[in-house]
Ligand binder design. Structure first.
Ligand SMILES: [Fe+2]
Length: 169
């Protein structure tokens, strides 16, 4: 048995680890992207949003008398590193990166939707407010990536067909 606050704290810590992973992935993608400036700019914007989200989550955990989990945090970073390294070996890195980014954002959308319900269940209006502030940023990033994916694929294919070495990233 666990009381509503215990679930809420647990899921807030999951969300914090997820945002640490997001930070690592976005930084890795941004640092490697050279020839897709619009995508890079959007990633940098979301990186700033992600850092703000971490601060909001830290505040929620702090109010609940908890703190981010070092262990979950570490696991997230190792996974992000693996993904970043994996992406670097692919010639279609920019396409795979945009697709992975979209999937990750949708995971975040589901997480915050669940967290809002959990916070409501626990009667924690401040956490509801924080998560309702974060959720639209994730929805918007997912929407942007999906909307721009066809253009990224088209640019990649035409550059690749010309044998240009700026296609990959
Ligand atoms: Fe995000």
């Amino acid at each position: 048995m666990a009381n509503p606050n215990e679930h809420l704290v647990d899921w807030l810590r999951d969300a914090y680890a997820m945002e640490k992973q997001a930070e690592s992935m976005l930084k890795a993608q941004s640092s490697r992207l050279e020839n897709y400036p619009e995508l890079r700019q959007r990633i940098d914007q979301h990186l700033q949003e992600t850092l703000g989200q971490q601060t909001l989550l830290e505040g929620c955990l702090d109010r609940l008398g908890s703190s981010p989990s070092a262990m979950k945090d570490l696991t997230g970073r190792i996974a992000a590193f693996g993904q970043a390294v994996g992406g670097m070996t692919m010639t279609d890195e920019v396409v795979k990166g945009a697709m992975s980014g979209y999937i990750f954002e949708q995971t975040e959308v589901a997480s915050y939707t669940a967290l809002i319900a959990a916070a409501r269940g626990a009667g924690d209006t401040e956490t509801v407010r924080c998560c309702e502030q974060i959720l639209p940023q994730e929805i918007e990033m997912a929407r942007w990536l999906l909307e721009h994916l066809p253009g990224i694929v088209t640019a990649y294919m035409s550059r690749s067909a010309e044998g240009r070495d700026d296609a990959k990233r």
